[in-house]
Design a protein around this ligand. Structure first.
Ligand code: ACM
Length: 553
């Protein structure tokens, strides 16, 4: 009897979904960012109903749960999960080894079945993200009730152009809650990006709990005030608000964020800045500085003379810290900073000069290189690789280092020519703390640190593989990343405002084929995705959606 009832219900559902079999869809139904490699529009729509099951097996548990939560929260329908149901009327997740790229996927939507196949779980996850963007933006808001949810038929074959697709966040200058960081990770996932570069230590604040050195956060996690406005110029001497400011993430919170990102196939790459940008660490442990202090957690922005002393004690201290960092972060890469290291203290330090002599180094640049090589050796011995800002090229690059090219593209080109892997983050296209509008409109915007600006169109025009490289050298370009320095972003709202929609443009730069990149076409899809930002409650630069206002003047 039960079986008969089941068959009757299933037939009813099928006849109901039959009405969708012949529907002709319009191009408007397919607004996916980043643009998939191949997308074929077909006839018909899949009806999501209470009879829909997800078919998958335990190897895809996380993806099944993600999809089930997504569809349940938007439709109010609880989907059953069944490894043995037939494809008819259902959504199937599967691994398919014939797909070439480890992040590649296929998505097939027909009126009576959806199949998402990935080479690995990552591909299946990205297939789910594409499926999500085939659903109306209203699904993103759990308060919306959608009576009938249908998905337009399509055949997609997709894989990314670059293996590294990142977003960075500076939590040193301003500190942001775990909830905000997770909201950031959600954005990274929606855009099929796969790396979150978490800039955890700065002159203005040390943000990661290290058990062996509790003062790093007790002392280094807080500053006694913050510079007000665009201070530090001749006509605007520094003034401070004198309000104690700070915060840090406990190791439990870090584990939670790493797991949250991992479930979305995002690797969290921690950055521990050395040997410069270290005032906060030195305020906590002055014995590891050249002058022995006293130091204070910086209250203003900029580049400081304070650096770690190149002593055995300092290396021991840094190795202890990095050991705890490695316990928390499973990423292959650990970012060790290396940028903006002023050499004054080393020039004046008898001990640093002794090291230069002892090690046969030419100058302080080579001392920096020695410093980085020591740290690299330690991390390599523990199975990890370093990323450093492009200054690590000066004085000789460490043997296995990856370069993050930020002062333009030259560092990236030089590194690739030396057969080092590279992540491109040139300020011109990838610094999302720059204004989004030209000088005449900047007065209407929240203050940023300079008059430089980068429009969405400019981000979209970026080509991460420099033309100067041969095809062989070009293989060393792993991808690109958007950087978000937060000196002038005291609130989370401002972070979102600066990131969106520029990261949406970057996501297509790093994912889609060159052939598939078309500004006009992207812009149409951008106008759709903002409805998703709205439904999800993200703040964004609305004027940047207006093509005319976004023009680079
Ligand atoms: C940097 O912007 N100092 C890497």
């Amino acid at each position: 009897m039960r079986n008969i009832i089941f068959i009757v219900i299933s037939m009813l559902a099928l006849s109901c979904s039959n009405k969708y079999q012949e529907v002709l869809n319009s191009a408007d139904d397919y607004q996916i960012i980043p643009k998939p490699k191949e997308l074929t529009i077909t006839k018909g729509r899949f009806l999501l109903s209470s009879n829909t099951s997800i078919i998958s097996d335990t190897s895809l548990d996380l993806e099944t749960e993600y999809l089930s939560n997504m569809l349940t929260s938007i439709s109010g329908i609880t989907l059953t999960i069944d490894s043995s149901a037939s494809n008819s009327g259902n959504i199937k997740l599967e691994l398919d080894n014939s797909i070439e790229n480890i992040e590649g996927y296929k998505l097939s939507v027909k009126y009576d079945a959806i199949i998402i196949s990935g080479k690995t779980n990552i591909g299946v996850f990205y297939g789910i993200q594409s499926l999500r963007q085939l659903l109306p933006a209203e699904i993103e808001n759990v308060d919306n009730e959608i009576a009938e949810l249908t998905i337009p038929a399509v055949e997609i074959r997709d894989s990314p152009r670059y293996e590294y697709r990142g977003m960075h966040l500076d939590v040193g200058r301003h500190f942001f809650s775990v909830a905000s960081v997770k909201k950031y990770i959600d954005l990274i996932a929606m855009h099929k990006m796969n790396s979150f570069h978490w800039h955890l230590t700065e002159d203005q604040g040390w943000r990661i709990e290290i058990k062996k050195y509790p003062k790093l956060t007790e002392v280094g996690g807080f500053r006694k005030g913050t510079a007000i406005g665009l201070a530090g110029t001749k006509n605007a001497p520094y003034t401070y608000d004198d309000v104690r400011y700070g915060g840090f993430y406990t190791q439990e919170e870090i584990k939670d964020v790493v797991a949250y990102a991992g479930a979305r196939h995002i690797t969290v790459i921690p950055e521990i800045e050395l040997p410069g940008h270290s005032s906060a660490a030195l305020a906590a442990y002055p014995q590891f500085g050249n002058t022995k202090g006293p130091y204070e957690v910086a209250k203003r922005w900029g580049v400081f003379n304070e650096t770690f002393a190149p002593t055995e004690e300092t290396f021991g201290f840094l190795e202890d810290i990095l050991s705890e960092v490695m316990e928390l972060f499973p990423s292959k890469f650990i970012h060790i900073g290396g940028d903006e290291v002023l050499k004054k203290e080393w020039e004046e330090s008898a001990y640093a000069q002794e090291v230069i002599k002892r090690e046969g180094l030419k100058d302080e640049h080579e001392l920096q290189s020695y410093f980085i090589r020591r740290i690299e050796k330690f991390l390599n011995a523990n199975g990890r690789n370093i990323i450093g800002w492009d200054e690590i090229l000066e004085g000789g690059i460490a043997p296995n280092a990856t370069v993050m090219s930020w002062r333009g593209v030259e560092g990236g080109i030089a590194a690739a020519k030396q057969h080092h892997t590279v992540i491109m983050t040139p300020g011109t296209h990838c610094y999302f703390d720059y204004y989004q509008v030209g000088e005449e409109d900047q007065k209407k915007e929240a203050l940023t640190g300079s008059k430089r600006y980068t429009t969405v169109e400019k981000v979209y025009s970026y080509e991460p593989t420099p033309l100067e490289l041969s095809a062989e050298e070009g293989k060393y370009i792993l991808g690109a990343q958007g950087n978000v320095w937060t000196e002038y972003m005291p609130t989370w709202d401002l972070v979102e405002y600066n990131v969106l929609p520029r990261m949406t443009a970057l996501s297509e730069v790093v994912w889609s084929t060159k052939k598939n990149r078309d500004w006009e076409d992207f812009h149409m899809r951008l106008e759709h995705i903002v409805k998703r930002y709205d439904a999800l409650g993200y703040n964004y630069a609305k004027h940047s959606i207006d093509k005319e206002k976004d023009k680079t003047k």
